[in-house]
Design a protein around this ligand. Structure first.
Ligand code: PLP
Length: 380
């Protein structure tokens, strides 16, 4: 089956008990057993739940993996993946990963004896140089937030394999519709399903998918042992979002492309960051590993904070808000919002200037988005 068909059918056969065409929400914690000590397919909903199972099969299918697991948030998925490691293990992580992931690594997991090095994964050499005897995992994101930097998954997977480390790719920004990290050599693909997979800004969820059955078995054990599982209603909402992922992503792609072209023409705009632009520095990698450019972009405005504030408060179709990946267009100012917790010096070093603005371009009519921007840019 092809992607759009899998999105609607994988894991979602009509309910065997009733014939219900949509997967029912199994709101139950426990299941009747036929005999003591002989477990049926379902025992207790932390371990397995039919609605969650449907979602997990769907996720595995969309990411071309063998085992898919759902979690209560993107960070719950990340935490559980890191539990594959032991005290004293070393992780190499990208130096501009999602702020919450950085905080988890730096302020929580270090306290449990894990070691972290943060390097620029656009250079496989730098990653290779950071490898230690105890390196067990490499963690990257691509495209990155908010500068839309792209990492060559294949090149980093070679470094990982050579050094017997697992490669994990946070694939939240691209979604499985535009990029399948497992196909390019990653061992685990991680998602915040809060974003494009859910797609409607109405839930918090996470996922991890792998092709490696041993890793998958251990992750499934950890999912149950650690317990950061989503409820059946949230699983159902993600499944519902997934059904329209392909059509939504096509519209995100085309709207963001038009917005990026509009921004490129504005004299008040210093620079536009979007994987779809011909001058993107990793254009070759983008073409090799992505099937579209997605709905996320950012740009630098000329001037200072006042100009940013003026633009952001004038817009009516774009909502000033954090998060991303929903049907509605959002706009935000990383320096004072999503990336405010990074010390200014470090933030500037990473290239996130005070005048950077990030957009999650939604699936509204493109004309309305462009008109809204026109009004916003007028008189800047
Ligand atoms: C939002 C996000 C996360 C964290 O996911 P939550 O669902 O908020 O826990 C991780 N990675 C990326 C790239 C994200 O955008």
């Amino acid at each position: 089956m092809r992607f759009s068909t899998k999105a609607i059918h994988a894991g979602q056969d009509p309910d065997p008990a009733t014939g219900s065409v949509t997967v029912p929400v199994y709101l139950t914690s426990t299941y009747m057993q036929l005999k003591p000590g002989r477990e049926g397919k379902y025992v207790y909903s932390r371990t397995a739940n039919p609605t969650r199972n449907a979602l997990e099969e769907s996720l595995a299918s969309l990411e071309e993996g063998k085992i898919g697991l759902a979690f209560s948030s993107g960070l719950a998925a990340t935490t559980t993946v890191l539990m594959l490691l032991r005290k004293g293990d070393h992780v190499i992580a990208g130096d501009d990963i999602y702020g919450g992931t950085y905080r988890l690594f730096d302020q929580v997991l270090r306290n449990y004896g894990l070691q972290f090095s943060f390097v620029d994964p656009r250079s496989p050499d730098k990653v290779e140089k950071a490898v230690r005897k105890n390196t067990r995992m490499i963690w990257i994101e691509t495209p990155t937030n908010p500068l839309m930097r792209v990492v060559d998954i294949r090149a980093i997977s070679k470094v990982a394999k050579k050094n017997h480390a697992l490669l994990v790719v946070d694939n939240t920004f691209a979604s499985p519709y535009l990029q399948n990290p497992l196909r390019h050599g990653a061992d685990i693909s991680v998602h915040s399903t809060t974003k494009y997979l859910g797609g409607h800004s109405d839930l918090i969820g996470g996922a991890a998918i792998t092709t490696d059955t041993e890793v998958g078995k251990r992750l499934k054990f950890l999912q149950n042992a650690v317990g950061a599982v989503p409820g059946p209603l949230d699983c159902w909402l993600v499944l519902r979002g997934i059904k329209t992922l392909a059509v939504r992503m096509d519209r995100h792609n085309s709207n963001a492309k038009q917005v990026s072209e509009y921004l490129m023409k504005q004299p008040q705009v210093e620079h536009v960051y979007y994987p779809g632009l011909p001058d993107h520095p990793q254009r070759d990698v983008v073409k090799r590993q992505m099937r579209g450019y997605g709905g996320m972009l950012s740009f630098e405005l000329k001037g200072g904070f006042r100009e940013c504030e003026k633009l952001l408060t004038k817009l009516r179709v774009f909502t000033l808000a954090e998060s991303l990946g929903g049907v509605e267009s959002l706009i935000e100012h990383p320096a004072s919002m999503t990336h405010a917790s990074i010390p200014r010096q470090r933030r500037i070093e990473q290239g996130i200037k005070d005048t950077l603005i990030r957009m999650s371009v939604g699936i509204e009519d493109a004309e309305d988005l462009l008109e809204d921007l026109q009004k916003g840019f007028k008189g800047l």
